[in-house]
Ligand binder design. Structure first.
Ligand code: ARG
Ligand code: ZN
Length: 475
């Protein structure tokens, strides 16, 4: 997406009189007008969830409770056929609402089994149900679609979404790529349970998050069914396809583990994946019970991707991960997945926490202490990228995966630990995971929690480390 232009366009349009324009402007412009613009038939849902970093991500006016996605992917032609059934609830009166969907061809939309009108405008799929929905109404949206999914390019230049590989597709959606393969309310504010039914050519495997509930082969195709019961942000969904070896077992805690490994990565992955149960046990001891029924790994061979993602209950790796990366992506299951963002500017709540977990793991497993890691980073000169912007205010979607978010974010937690002591620090992390489990958390809520549990005023600390520009002075 051309991120630098979207927000400007939005601002320009916002000054127009809403009611006056709605009747006459093209849908492309109407889609940008935002929440609650009155029309004769009712109201339209906003085209975005109100996140300044990704203004069109998510949609207003409804919440999706459940996605039931039926996909069929032909790995040689790269053609995807999809049916998405969304169970939703209107949070306002709705004469029209949007879904996010980029590319692909929509062949039909129904709302509660009645044919609905639809138009496309950029990444927005605008749906007009036959009858306006009233506030609080539960409804079911069915979208049939097909085409060749293409990834989006994020503001930081990385590919995101459905990324074809030589034997299938690497599928990851942070921050905005979910819309490249299913119609969704893509902002992490909206969390939903999921079912996936994915059909691929026999010999290929389709891996999503959650529990594997079925697998059967007929007429040269294999269908995999996955059930993700716990609420999940759309960006954490995957349906990665490839030639994979599946390993399945249950941990002593009763978590169903599925590891899917591309044979080309098997030798390097094996010693690291062997540690998954002990990593999960160690993280559970630190942060409280693992938040999902399922766990595992998808180790793809996707040399063009360049990152791993903490897809819920089963992270996806572009190559065999090292142990630190395994620790990082699984730490996200607590921080980022179970406790989700309400705004992308709070991204340090994900990345700072997962990075600090790597430091703690090292410290407790014979590697350098967190203090040592902190000191090495702090020694970087004032002009270093690490100090380019404060992690609590990255400034734009372009910066959300940069080193200040990860490393200075982790340094913030280390400073907190130093200020409140180890016991209170761990109590804070555990309370954060349990009090917001399955839901959301904001930076302001985290600061408040840390102050409540430590009995200290931490405003100066968080101000310095999260919000002050440049390299902080040492306290
Ligand atoms: N959350 C992922 C991680 O920390 C990084 C995702 C990067 N995505 C991107 N589009 N640049 O492991
Ligand atoms: Zn991360």
């Amino acid at each position: 997406m051309t991120s630098s232009r979207r927000p400007a366009a939005r601002r320009r349009i916002a000054v127009l009189r809403r009611e006056a324009v709605l009747a006459t402007v093209p849908v492309a412009v109407a889609a940008l007008l935002g929440a609650g613009a009155p029309t004769a038939a009712g109201t339209t849902g906003a085209a975005g969830a109100g996140d300044p970093y990704f203004p069109l991500s998510g949609n207003g006016g409804y919440h999706v409770r459940h996605y039931d996605l039926t996909l069929r992917y032909d790995t040689s032609s790269r053609h995807l056929d999809g049916t998405a059934v969304l169970t939703a609830r209107a949070t306002q009166r709705l004469s029209r609402f949007d879904l996010d969907l980029k590319g692909l061809k929509v062949t039909g939309v129904t709302v509660d089994h009645a044919t609905a009108g639809f138009t496309r405008s950029g990444q927005e799929l605008l749906v007009t149900p036959r009858h306006a929905l009233h506030e609080g109404q539960s409804f079911r949206i069915t979208v049939t679609y097909n085409g060749t999914p293409k990834p989006v390019t994020d503001p930081d230049g990385s590919a995101d979404g459905w990324i074809p590989t030589d034997d299938g597709a690497f599928v990851a959606g942070e921050p905005q790529g979910a819309m490249t393969w299913f119609p969704a309310n893509t902002h992490p504010k909206d969390k939903s349970s999921y079912d996936f039914t994915i059909t691929v050519p026999e010999g290929r495997t389709a891996v999503a998050g959650g529990i594997l509930t079925g697998q059967h082969t007929a007429h040269g195709r294999t269908t995999f069914r996955w059930h993700q019961p716990e609420p999940m942000a759309a960006y954490l969904a995957t349906a990665t396809v490839g030639k994979f070896t599946l390993e399945r077992y249950t941990t002593p805690d009763g978590i169903q583990v599925v590891n899917a490994v591309d044979p080309r990565e098997a030798r390097d992955a094996a010693p690291v994946l062997k540690k998954l149960p002990s990593v999960l046990a160690w993280e559970s001891k630190l942060f409280g019970p693992y938040p999902f029924r399922a766990a595992g790994s998808i180790v793809d061979h996707a040399p063009d991707v360049g990152y791993a993602l903490e897809t819920q209950s089963r992270p996806v790796y572009d190559a065999a991960p090292d142990l630190s990366t395994l620790v990082h992506e699984n730490a996200h299951q607590w921080f980022g997945d179970s406790v989700a963002l309400t705004a992308w500017k709070d991204i340090w709540l994900n990345e700072g926490f997962a990075t600090y977990t790597e430091w703690l793991y090292s410290e407790q497993h014979g590697g350098p202490s967190a203090q040592k890691t902190f000191d090495a980073l702090y020694a970087r000169p004032a002009g270093d990228d690490l100090w380019a912007f404060p992690p609590g205010d990255p400034g734009s979607g372009k910066n959300i995966f940069d080193t200040p978010v990860y490393d200075r974010g982790a340094m913030t937690l280390h400073e907190l630990r130093g200020a409140v002591g180890d016991r209170a620090f761990l109590r804070i992390l555990r309370a954060w995971a349990s009090e917001h489990r399955g839901g959301h958390g904001t930076t302001a809520q985290f600061v408040k929690l840390a102050e409540r549990l430590s009995g200290k005023n931490l405003d100066a600390l968080f101000h310095t480390w999260l919000y002050a520009k440049g390299k902080p002075d040492r306290a």
